[in-house]
Design a protein around this ligand. Sequence first.
Ligand code: 2IT
Length: 449
Amino acid sequence: MNAYIQRVLEETREKNANEPEFLQTVEEVLTSLEPVVDRHPEYEKMALLERMVEPERVIEFRVVWEDDTGKVNVNRGYRVQFNSAIGPYKGGLRFHPSVNLSMMKFLGFEQTFKNSLTSLPIGGGKGGSDFNPRGRSDAEIMHFCQAFMTELYRHIGPDVDVPAGDLGVGGKEIGYLFGQYKRIRNAYENGVLTGKGLSYGGSFVRPEATGFGAVYYVAEVFRHEGDNFAGKTFALSGFGNVCWGAVTKITELGGKVVTISGPDGYVYDPEGITTKEKIDYLLEMRNSRRDRVQDYAEKFGVEFYPGEKPWGRPVDVVMPCATQNEVNLEDARKIVEAGVRYYIEVSNMPTTNEALKFLLGQEGMIVAPSKAVNAGGVSVSALEMSQNSMRYNWTPKEVDKKLKDIMCNIHDASAKAAEEYGFGYNLVAGANIAGFLKVAQAMIEQGLV
Ligand code: 2IT
């Protein structure tokens, strides 16, 4: 191990001992950078890695709101402004009871590399709250979003920091957040948030972008391997927006998704989630805010496995689309035993480092990393920012074409970087290296900031 990387890892572990998810992503990324750092001794002189693992700014705040029963609730809000070397901070807001500083920092760090990979001018950030949307009414969601924005507005702006959605934050929440921002600022700055509705500055294809982009990326992997979608089976986890987009596109291209999952367990549908009725039902489940997939099994008369994950089903492609660390070493072993050939991460950091290392060590298995695969979402967010600046909208076809080109470019840039630094066709190392190099270059050129 390169001595400089070793030292930065040790210091980072010491300084952030209470932040396991953040340490996990720092270890994963820095260990891929060994041959890059070996070639660039100037990084150490400039403390480049030390600067990269330290967020530029962390904001934590109180959010007070009243629920439908008149009870006063207090939540904690966050915005981690991680890196602005290549553009304004950009990244989603997550509303989930598990949200804490470690999670926000891991997501902000990942976002910095992901956004760099898109080739668009966006820095990295992430935010959210430990607010739990499960079972909440529309009025409660609105009141929470208004209270959250009443503090957040002072830290963001179209050229400063541009939040978007993530788990628990979809079009509806973005609408309420934007309404409150506009009211407080008394200005129509619609470039301040992305994922907006089409009636007030949203972009075509943004709701589909993460899922579609992931499938476009898979298409590039298939092309590399001389393979295609026809007749292939896919095991997905999750049932939210990202999963819905991926299922839609996989079905269109001739593949068949046989599993989805929720916090309650997973569903196996041997016929595949291939009809419009079934695909639309994913949206219905999300909109209900019940946060369970058993409803799907009951509605369509298929098997439900309470408390279990879909890993171990014999399929061609596995795509975790739910949340972080949903595949551990034991799950990874099941995936390999089931004869899966393609392991495509979609949700942010779905694989523990141990499991990832194990999967990467399997002969003949292709592993693709989330920071590349799910970058279509933030890419179309950046296209939404462009359209807001131009005060002009591209057609769905135009946005979809740009998304496809961006995903193709991310795959190719990752493959090329991996090759150049001696990793072969290792898309995980390649994404880390390609993402890193652009941010590193921008930081060096901008001096000690
Ligand atoms: O993880 C992600 O890339 C997102 N949640 C989307 C971020 C964005 O700014 O669209």
